[in-house]
Design a protein around this ligand. Structure first.
Ligand SMILES: C[S@@+](CC[C@H](N)C(=O)[O-])C[C@H]1O[C@@H](n2cnc3c(N)ncnc32)[C@H](O)[C@@H]1O
Length: 236
């Protein structure tokens, strides 16, 4: 029951003859505690249904797949990428944030209004780690034995291929996306195994950052899920 019903409730109490002020207070207190109880139960129900959903999709998530955003500047792009990452079952997102646009860590980023809104709350369910520089992120990935692929609308580095011709079933894979303005850095290209290109047939030079993550990650996660399923069948 909503608070606006409270006045109606009050009127009805008066009609019923609850004219004594003490009775009135006791009834009002009971009304609000019932209302709070209902709200808590509703919250708990919502939480438990989300938890159930999280458990159901667990086996479809792509383990050891990380998306790296290199210095994105638009919070709505960041939120949309987090939404894509979550929707497609990518494990985590790393963000190189040399401009320090994001809060200190995931706990605080989860509360950051611009990210919370643009990710439609996906940030609550998607682990975000931030790095001060591309170099720091590369060191972290290499120490953890990740293979890196960069993405670009242009030819970058020694090995380039079109999205659907690539193999994305490496044990640990990081897929990098560049800055909205100047694209992927030379340093990231140098430390990557290959550069992925989404074919384009229009006049524009590139896709929007968030759009490109949706297209690339659809193919990458599809391949990794098929691979995980094949491995499961062989084990059985
Ligand atoms: C707006 S674009 C950057 C455009 C920039 N002028 C450049 O030279 O890359 C932002 C990011 O989206 C990704 N991207 C955009 N179009 C792409 C394409 N056709 N193929 C692969 N990645 C693309 C890349 O990661 C790129 O760094």
């Amino acid at each position: 029951m909503h608070r606006k019903n409270y006045c109606k409730e009050h009127e009805e109490l008066l009609k019923k003859g609850v004219t004594d002020f003490k009775d009135f207070l006791a009834n009002t207190f009971q009304y609000f505690s019932n209302e709070n109880e209902t709200m808590t139960k509703e919250n708990e129900r919502e939480k438990s249904s989300l938890r159930k959903r999280a458990d159901r999709i667990k086996e479809f998530r792509c383990k050891n797949l990380i998306v790296v955003l290199e210095d994105p500047k638009d919070p709505s792009n960041i939120g949309t990428v987090i939404r894509n990452v979550n929707a497609l079952g990518v494990d985590k997102i790393y963000i190189v944030d040399s401009r320090n646009l994001l809060a200190k860590d995931w706990i605080e980023i989860k509360e950051q209004k611009s990210i919370l809104a643009s990710s439609v709350s996906a940030v609550k369910w998607t682990f975000v780690k931030k790095f001060k520089s591309t170099e720091e992120c590369i060191i972290h990935l290499e120490n953890n034995k990740f293979t890196s692929f960069v993405t670009s609308p242009h030819v970058k580095g020694k090995t380039n291929f079109i999205l659907h011709k690539g193999d994305y079933t490496q044990k640990r894979l990081a897929v990098w996306f560049g800055k909205e303005s100047i694209g992927i850095s030379d340093l990231a290209v140098k430390h990557s195994e290959a550069c992925i290109n989404i074919e384009m047939f229009g006049i524009v030079e590139s896709f929007n950052l968030a759009t490109s993550t949706g297209i690339v990650l659809y193919e990458v996660t599809k391949q990794r899920r098929e691979f995980q399923n094949r491995k499961k069948v062989i084990k059985q």
